[in-house]
Design a protein around this ligand. Structure first.
Ligand SMILES: Nc1nc2c(ncn2[C@@H]2O[C@H](COP(=O)(O)OP(=O)(O)OP(=O)(O)O)[C@@H](O)[C@H]2O)c(=O)[nH]1
Ligand SMILES: [Mg+2]
Length: 184
């Protein structure tokens, strides 16, 4: 897998020369870690403090598809102004790129399952007509019952065909993620 960092964007995004796949989810859900797992290299910054990724980061995979790491939502310790900025940036991102976004991965923590904000995000994808797959993250941390609950929730929302179980820590789901990305 060949991965190149394209850049960090807040205002304008790179020319849509390649189709893009975006990783979306709550702050700290594991977006950057999963992107690194797919890339097979530590290209995106992973951090213990939530809210680390503040801009829209573009990576180019195999000279054929953009992988996009966007800032997470639902981070409690942001003020109103920051939240407003986040909303504006994300709205602009989805509006501007909706034609170029061939697939979105909606990351949901296996241990907590869908939150209200995850439901809203799914509504947003449906509104914009963006195909999405629910990706349960950190399966290594979830108990059997937590995982079953998250799986049941996801199935109810998107069906079995649009659901992946992953762990960046254990490398679980890498093949499945890659095959989704490369088949867009
Ligand atoms: N146990 C476990 N921990 C994980 C996994 N994936 C990520 N983490 C940890 O979760 C924390 C957040 O991971 P990130 O990949 O930075 O999450 P993010 O969604 O990009 O976070 P923001 O950019 O802040 O929105 C880090 O401490 C990671 O080491 C996983 O599969 N298993
Ligand atoms: Mg991140």
């Amino acid at each position: 897998m060949k991965v190149k960092f394209v850049g960090s964007f807040r205002e304008e995004f790179p020319p849509p020369d390649y189709p893009e796949v975006v990783f979306v989810g709550r702050s700290n859900v594991g977006k950057s870690s999963l992107l690194n797992m797919v890339a097979g290299a530590k290209v995106a910054r992973v951090s213990k403090t939530p809210g680390r990724t503040r801009a829209v980061n573009y990576f180019l995979l195999n000279d054929e598809v953009y992988l996009v790491d966007v800032p997470g939502y639902g981070f409690a310790r942001v003020n109103k102004e920051e939240l407003q900025k986040w909303k504006q940036m994300m709205e602009r991102y989805f509006k501007e790129r909706k034609e170029n976004i061939k697939l979105a991965f909606l990351l949901v923590d296996s241990t907590t399952g869908f939150t209200h904000l995850d439901e809203q995000m799914a509504d947003w994808f449906e509104y914009y007509g963006i195909p999405y797959v629910v990706v349960l993250t950190k399966s290594d941390k979830a108990s059997q019952s937590e995982l079953s609950r998250a799986v049941a929730q996801a199935k109810k929302r998107v069906g079995e065909g649009a659901l992946l179980i992953t762990s960046a820590k254990e490398g679980r789901g890498k093949k499945e993620l890659l095959s989704r990305i490369l088949s867009i």
